[in-house]
Design a binder for this molecule. Structure first.
Ligand SMILES: Nc1ncnc2c1ncn2[C@@H]1O[C@H](COP(=O)(O)OP(=O)(O)O)[C@@H](O)[C@H]1O
Ligand SMILES: N[C@@H](CC(=O)OP(=O)(O)O)C(=O)O
Length: 243
């Protein structure tokens, strides 16, 4: 446990092109300059996961689940490698890592696995040696040593789990919206931003379709008492705190 560790999760919409990756670099550098030790969880760029799934279903009506997980975990792998390349070019020591490399052990179920444990000290070693770990969200390694994925949108769950294991007890969810609103602000002009909400209210909103956070991530955050901050990707401002 390290109080200075801060888990920052970048969603797919916040890493979708070069400009957005460079904004992510700025937010990460800013945390380091403030004495924090960021641990990054990244999702696949834009709708990459859907594109990969479409490719698979164009070849088979019923693709093998193991092969599907092998395929769709590559989306996150691209994101973490590109982000780490961008960081290293700007003077930040970073290392991209897959779910299996950090020992994120899950149930053996493909496409919908549950996280069981973080069974390796790789992340702690990287942090101690001064590297910013850039971890592929949404994926792990099953108890049977096969690559697994969580439910769709599961990078939020990866991030909350890592925050509870690594310390700091808070997670910054970097999003393409300025906070949680009472309804989707991209669909309703009169949506009102909520500055502070409790886990139960957020869980209900998420279940009702507010896809800004995965309901399982909110549930896990409540169980582990991990505070969630919704941070706008352009300016790094905290728009909503969930605790
Ligand atoms: N109540 C809400 N408050 C804020 N955003 C919402 C809400 N309901 C739906 N959204 C949508 O959630 C999106 C962010 O979630 P998502 O794209 O899944 O994030 P990420 O890819 O970062 O995990 C926003 O672009 C917004 O349109
Ligand atoms: N890329 C995965 C996992 C994920 O969590 O994505 P996002 O953080 O963009 O919701 C998906 O599309 O399901």
């Amino acid at each position: 446990m390290n109080e200075n560790v801060v888990v920052m999760k970048f969603g797919g919409n916040t890493l979708a092109n070069k400009e957005k990756i460079l904004l992510a670099v700025d937010l990460i550098k800013n945390r380091i300059e403030n004495g924090k030790k960021p641990v990054i969880v990244a999702s696949a760029n834009g709708n990459m996961t859907d594109i990969l799934l479409d490719n698979a279903y164009s070849l088979s009506e019923n693709p093998d689940k193991r092969e599907l997980d092998m395929l769709i975990t590559t989306g996150e792998r691209i994101s973490v490698a590109l982000l780490s390349i961008a960081l290293r070019a700007r003077g930040v020591n970073s290392v991209s890592l897959t779910g299996s490399q950090i020992g994120l052990v899950t149930t053996s179920q493909h496409s919908g696995a549950d996280i069981l444990a973080l069974k390796s000290d790789r992340l702690f070693k990287e942090i101690a040696s001064g590297n910013v770990p850039i971890v592929a969200g949404f994926q792990g390694i099953g108890e049977n040593k096969e690559i697994t994925t969580l439910k769709r949108g599961g990078s939020d769950v990866s991030a909350v789990f890592l925050a509870s294991e690594l310390g700091g007890n808070s997670v910054a969810m970097i999003k393409d919206v300025t906070g949680v609103y009472d309804k989707d602000p991209n669909k309703h002009e009169d949506a009102q931003k909520l500055d502070l909400i409790d886990f139960d209210v957020m869980y209900k909103l998420a279940l009702e379709g507010a896809n800004i956070l995965h309901p399982d991530a909110v549930k896990l955050a409540k169980e582990k008492n991990v505070k969630i901050e919704i941070v706008y990707y352009k300016d790094g401002k905290v728009g909503t705190v969930i605790k």
